[in-house]
Design a protein around this ligand. Sequence first.
Ligand SMILES: [Zn+2]
Length: 232
Amino acid sequence: LTPLSQAAPAKALSSQRTPNAMPPLNSADKFAREVSVESLSTNIRPLGQLDESFIIATDDEGLLLIDQHVAHERILFDKYRALESARTSESQQLLIPETFDLTPAQAAVFDTVAAELESYGFELMRLSGRTVAIKATPADLPAGEARNMLAEILETVDAEKKGTARETLRDDIAASLACHAAIKVNMPLTPEKMRWLIDRLLKTSSPTTCPHGRPVILRLATRDILKGFHRI
Ligand SMILES: [Zn+2]
């Protein structure tokens, strides 16, 4: 992830540079840029993957890199939010309920969070003391991720204390769910899966940013490629 995630801070540096200090094409920050929603076309063609983490694609303006994890995160976030507001969560029952023990801090906020989690498809049961059983998990969330996701949400709520607005809590839960259910980086994707991911991403509320505000797509403009090869 590092090489691309470093692209953002580099921007600040370039604006401080004097115009003639360095040809723009030698600076990495000019190479691949965050894509604006306005410049997104539906004509995106996936070609393959870089490091089994980024989908390489083309559109009418150049070459695209799509972060497969955050792209899927955006798709799932929108889906979970829509299901939640329609009050039609989808659950998958666990064959064997997963039990785990809450820390005292987690136990203190559990009841606040439990109702919200259940509106997303979790089925939780408080057993004796601080032991909790997960009986069902939201659709798409791998059973093995449920415990981590619960711990993350309980920690978030604890950190934000009880003043957390219900709407914020719902967004936090949807974002955490989406992150844990999304395909990971370092995962090979079939051409069909890449196509599916792109098509679904384009239909989301914000295809260019993930629920945490990170960019989903970078573009290397054909114009810059041509300049790089001294063709223009
Ligand atoms: Zn994530």
